[in-house]
Design a binder for this molecule. Structure first.
Ligand code: C5P
Length: 228
């Protein structure tokens, strides 16, 4: 069967990664969560004091340190879920905190950060057989992807899902704080100068506000079957 590239873009916390991960597992493709890569750079900035007290980034220092930031993914042998590594350390849980969520979008506006990560993402997908999710996969990383999906849902529903997810993990969470974070990331992602979040003209739109995970999974598999 021919191998293709599947680009899944869309707003924050709209379930892209769950859909993408499930499809990749089902069809035997590699799954890459590009948001995890921007989150890992953000965690690096937090741990290396690259944020000023006012929340701005020490850009020149980060620029010189980009070559020291190595991000990779490995499958957890037990759960078969991808785990994010930053310079050899498992950072999967540490990149999902509210602190990282609230600092990641400004980091993702920096052109030199995007260039470095986009280059790595293109390298990861060069043999196809990949499902990649993010904000600019269908527009910038793989503009020729054979299947492009753009996912959206109302901000309240996305915040509710994120809230339930954090609660299920036993983490403290405030619904209002999460809703604010989701809306703020949407705003920054859509309005940044470099690779703003937008639907590629040839992407299929999916509003999953009222869909179950099983329904989304079936819908995506049908799109895949049509594309291969
Ligand atoms: O997908 P996730 O919500 O984990 O992504 C975290 C942040 O990384 C997004 O809010 C966005 O600012 C940034 N991002 C991006 N381009 C991508 C993936 C994520 O700018 N391809």
């Amino acid at each position: 069967m021919k191998k293709i590239i599947i680009a899944i873009d869309g707003f924050s916390s709209c379930g892209k990664s769950t859909m993408a991960k499930d499809l990749a597992r089902e069809v035997g493709y590699i799954y890459i969560d590009t948001g995890a890569m921007y989150r890992a750079v953000t965690l690096y900035c937090i741990e290396h004091n690259l944020f000023n007290a006012d929340g701005t980034i020490r850009e020149e220092e980060l620029k010189t340190q980009m070559q020291d930031i190595h991000i990779s993914f490995r499958l957890d042998a037990e759960t078969q879920r991808p785990v994010t590594y930053l310079n050899g350390a498992d950072v999967e849980n540490r990149i999902r905190t509210m602190e990282v969520s609230s600092r990641v979008s400004p980091v993702a506006t920096l052109g030199f950060v995007r260039e470095a990560l986009v280059r790595q993402q293109q390298e990861m997908g060069k043999d196809k057989g990949i499902v990649m999710d993010g904000r600019d996969i269908g527009t910038v990383v793989f503009p020729d992807a054979e299947l492009k999906i753009f996912v959206t849902a109302s901000a309240e529903i996305r915040a509710r899902r994120r809230y339930d997810e954090l609660k299920a993990k036993g983490e403290e969470a405030s619904f209002e704080e999460i809703l604010h974070n989701v809306e703020e990331r949407d705003r920054i992602d859509q309005n940044r100068e470099v690779s703003p979040l937008r639907k590629a003209d040839d992407a299929v739109l999916l509003d999953n506000s009222n869909m179950t995970i099983a329904e989304q999974k079936e819908w995506l598999k049908r799109q895949f079957d049509k594309a291969v």
